[in-house]
Write a protein that binds this ligand. Structure first.
Ligand code: G6P
Length: 605
């Protein structure tokens, strides 16, 4: 989603700004641009194509400058056109890049129109540009500090003004922004990744902070207006681009990385101790009486799966909520609940807002299951469990999901043990199951050729139903989401028992019905649901555990999974669904790693 990079330096900074955009590219965007300060005003190049095209334009036109700001935009207000691409100007004096959404932009626009400002884009960003311009009296830092007081909504901004050719001002509330410290040059970015290498240290701005970057240094003012010092942390050198190796897409690579990612995520301990979640976790865990999980997208489905584990293994009442719903719902807060947020990026705006909402309601015990150690989410929560999935580039989440599941299962067993529901023998069994998981996953990945054959048939369909029961219902949901996201086939998932309450009406020979069929306590029930589909002519595509003895017959296609994998079975069963979505998308020729309209990290509401 939207990305910001900015810099003041004594060298041509355009290549650094564009390289920063390139590193943020994987998050998804639909236009991009870069502006530098010149004595006649800001100058810019913009593109509705890729960052590579922006780079070409900049090189061809010898576009250079020592102070600049750059942006990748994911359209919210106004279509993804060149005219709406950032940087946005005000009266040829000021340029701005903006992530987030300004909620009171209509009122501000009217007030600024009344002052004679003309609006040439459909963006909400243009109101910030004119607002700062209207308040500018020779000091950009002051003008921005004054302007942000009038903004409602979420923003991270970078601003330059022609009269201050060696200054970049930034501000944030609701959207992330970091300051990067280099030698004799300073940077601004929505993610440290964009400036790592050029900057040796980063400062994470706090809510409401406004910063001023010059060649000499950085000043930060907090929301109240007074200047503050914020801790600078060392930033690790950029790891370079992630090579695709033998894979066609990052998504395929990431699916195949799951055994390794899971191996890295399982701690090297022999017992499940609360300290895996933070130094004071034991005390926190002893005081809680329930769990509230908050997340979005695929991470939400990890949460739904975890509910089954937490209630069955740890016997602790668990609620799972979609973060964007929870944050606006009148709920009954329970100060004894542990709030668990799940996120690959740790920057998802709705999940962060839901977390803060829970905290504001007095729920102080919080735990993040997250893949990015330096993310906002990890910094905002009391406890955390870091998944070690490595960088996930494909917009559709795969290895982040399975490693989240591993973290959540460890949480369930740890709580179960602490609460006296997991014996030493069971603990050893769970650990054995976890340790063997990478090898079991390799067995599932070997099914790829059979799945490719199914994908060729799915590629010709426009709808699909996914069925699962119990612990595997969320896996069916995730399978349907994967298919929708990257192949654009309409897919829905149902708990198989619900079939006859509606979706059965959709079943004809044109409707493929994917069934997740583990050999668990619900198998016989599931088999009856499959018969309901067959009786209506529906074609079943079944991922069946080897010990279910479900075999292929007319209208029932079966891919045999390994033998049932107990409580960790969902982690095995999601993998063929990821592969099915992936190969179906390949057969349809979609942009697998960057599906239309979607972003990797959704930093706006
Ligand atoms: C976006 C991504 C999804 C992801 C969701 C939540 O929609 O495309 O793949 O599941 O955000 O992201 P998070 O980083 O919080 O897990």
């Amino acid at each position: 989603m939207c990305g910001i990079v900015g810099a003041v330096a004594q060298r041509n900074i355009v290549p650094v700004l564009i390289e920063g955009l390139r590193r943020l590219e994987y998050r998804g965007y639909d236009s991009c641009g870069v502006a530098v300060v010149t004595s006649e005003g800001p100058a810019r190049v913009r593109s509705v194509s890729r960052v590579a095209e922006l780079d070409e334009q900049a090189r061809e036109s010898h576009f250079e400058g020592v102070t600049g700001i750059a942006h990748t935009r994911w359209a919210t207000h106004g279509a993804p056109t060149v005219n709406n691409a950032h940087p946005i100007f005000s009266r040829n004096a000021l340029a701005i890049v903006h992530n987030g959404i300004i909620e009171n932009y209509e009122a501000l626009r009217e007030a600024l129109r009344a002052k004679g400002y003309e609006f040439v884009s459909q963006t909400d960003t243009e109101v910030i540009a004119h607002l700062i311009h209207s308040l500018y009296k020779g000091d950009l830092f002051s003008a921005v500090r004054e302007a942000v007081q009038q903004l409602a909504g979420a923003y991270a901004i970078g601003v330059v003004h022609k009269d201050q050719p060696h200054t970049v001002v930034g501000a944030r509330a609701g959207s992330p922004l970091v300051v990067g410290l280099g030698s004799g040059e300073n940077f601004l970015a929505s993610d440290a990744l964009a400036i790592a290498g050029s900057a040796s240290h980063v400062v994470y701005l706090e809510e409401g902070d406004v910063c001023e970057l010059t060649l000499e240094g950085v000043r930060i003012a907090e929301r109240g207006g007074s200047e503050v010092q914020r801790e600078a942390r060392e930033v690790l050198a950029y790891g370079g681009t992630v090579e695709l190796g033998p894979y066609r897409h990052y998504m395929q690579k990431e699916i195949f990385e799951q055994p390794g990612a899971i191996g890295n995520t399982i701690p090297a301990t022999d017992t499940f101790e609360p300290e895996l979640f933070g130094a004071n976790a034991r005390e926190v865990f002893k005081g809680i009486d329930s769990i509230l999980i908050l997340a979005c997208g695929t991470s939400y489905y990890a949460g739904v799966t975890a509910k089954y584990w937490l209630e069955s293994v740890a016997k602790i009442r668990t609620e799972v909520e979609i973060a964007s719903e929870y944050r606006y719902r009148e709920s009954v807060p329970n100060p004894r609940a542990l709030v668990v947020t799940i996120s690959q990026s740790g920057e998802t705006a709705d999940t962060l807002a839901a977390l803060k909402h829970a905290q504001s309601l007095g729920m102080e015990h919080t735990l993040a299951v997250c893949n990015v150690a330096t993310s906002h989410m990890v910094r905002l929560t009391e406890l955390n469990f870091l998944t070690h999935a490595g960088r996930e580039i494909g917009v559709a989440s795969t290895k982040a999901f399975t490693t989240q599941l591993v973290g959540l299962f460890i949480l369930a067993v740890t709580l179960g043990k602490l609460r006296g529901h997991v014996s030493a023998e069971q603990e050893a069994q769970y650990l054995k199951l976890l340790r063997h998981l990478p090898a079991a996953l390799n067995g599932v990945l070997a099914l790829e050729p059979q799945i490719i054959a199914w994908a060729d048939e799915f590629a010709r369909k426009e709808n699909a139903l996914f069925l699962g029961r119990g612990l595997h219902y969320p896996i069916a949901l995730e399978g349907a989401l994967k298919l929708k996201e990257i192949s654009y086939i309409h897919a829905e998932a149902y708990p198989a028992g619900e079939l006859k309450h509606g979706p059965l009406a959709l079943v004809t020979e044109a409707m493929p019905v994917v069934t997740v069929a583990p050999n668990d306590a619900l198998l016989e029930k599931l088999k009856s649901n499959m018969q309901e589909v067959r009786a209506r002519g529906g074609e079943l595509y079944v991922f069946a555990d080897a010990d279910t003895h479900i075999t292929s017959e007319d209208g029932i296609h079966v891919i045999r999974m390994p033998e049932h994998y107990g409580l960790l079975s969902p982690i095995l069963h999601v993998v063929p669904l990821q592969l099915l979505a992936y190969h179906t998308a390949c057969a349809r020729g979609t942009d697998v790693d960057k599906p239309r309209n979607l972003a990797k990290s959704v930093t706006v509401e």
